[in-house]
Design a protein around this ligand. Structure first.
Ligand code: COA
Length: 264
């Protein structure tokens, strides 16, 4: 995979770390970067050696949105093509077969925030600022921001961000559940990687199943989700690892009871 110009992909065991690297532009996403994110994320999705993905940014930005200077130079059809390929880019994160964990190190605005909205978990530093400021350009989000913000933040909070273009601290997304934890800058990556490593060590069928099931709930497919959940748990119960862990728990309890009986 790669080599890439606008990002890097590093492996640490079963975890892949994707770092956006247009730091001098706060990792604003140009066409090249959009294509490279698709290639990287689709490649990692298909790679059995990868169990979880962490995405982060180099420098002061996670991603400060689409590259507005490139926007300014585009023709109408070029802009349309960028938006269309954007849909595939966001899907490569949201529908990735592997859990994608955002480690938000700085500005996540516009397309950068839309990318965060596609992630399965989010860790952020207190200094990180987020928002959907497209209205300030006389535009609206084009990467799913109006839909996923309602699903992940609640409609009125989404309206506030969309209609005012406010750029707000990451901390204000903890209460609604978007951001899992606020961390010190020097702890962010270590924490995100540790969580990713834990997830990647679990049975892949269970993890991919969980991602699929919570997506069904988000899409409002609760009845089908409940049925799929039952199918998954009954199948995992019969799996080697499911049996080994359940039996080990019971075995340990039996051993404790036997030891207690011997001492009384
Ligand atoms: N597109 C293109 N370039 C961007 C960018 C974007 N979305 N966001 C930042 N940059 C560039 C700046 O142009 C600047 O590069 P330059 O010196 O070559 O012009 C560099 O990144 C640093 O940004 P700067 O504005 O100097 O930093 P700042 O700390 O003063 O301000 C922001 C930070 C994020 C508030 C400001 O850059 C900003 O408003 N960016 C646009 C955010 C946005 O509207 N995103 C939605 C796009 S749809």
């Amino acid at each position: 995979m790669g080599p890439f110009e606008t990002l890097s992909v590093e492996r640490q065991g079963r975890v892949a770390l994707v770092t956006f690297r247009r730091a001098d532009q706060l990792n604003a996403m140009n066409r090249l970067m959009q294509g490279e994110i698709i290639a990287a994320m689709e490649g990692l999705s298909a790679d059995d050696a990868v169990g979880a993905i962490v995405v982060t940014g180099e420098g002061r930005g996670f991603m400060a949105g689409a590259d507005i200077k490139e926007y300014a130079a585009q023709s109408g059809p070029e802009f349309d093509a960028f938006q269309e390929r954007g849909a595939r880019m966001y899907r490569s994160v949201e529908a990735n077969a592997k859990p994608v964990i955002a480690a938000v190190n700085g500005y996540a605005l516009g397309g950068g925030f839309e990318l965060v909205l596609c992630c399965d978990m989010v860790f952020a530093v207190a200094e990180a600022k987020m928002g959907l400021p497209e209205i300030k350009l006389g535009l609206v989000p084009g990467g799913g921001g109006t839909q996923r913000s309602v699903l992940k933040l609640g409609r009125n909070r989404a309206n506030f961000l969309l209609m005012t273009g406010a750029i707000v601290p990451a901390e204000s997304f903890v209460a609604c559940g978007l951001v899992q934890e606020i961390l010190a800058a020097e702890e962010l990556l270590a924490r995100a990687l540790a969580v990713a490593e834990g997830v990647a060590a679990e049975p892949p069928d269970a993890i991919s199943g969980l991602k699929h099931l919570t997506a069904m709930a988000s899409a409002g497919a609760t009845d089908a989700g409940l049925e799929a959940e039952r199918r998954l748990v009954t199948s995992l119960y019969r799996s080697e690892i499911g049996q080994a862990r359940v039996q080990a728990f019971a075995q340990k309890s039996a051993e404790r009871a036997a030891a207690k009986a011997r001492t009384t």
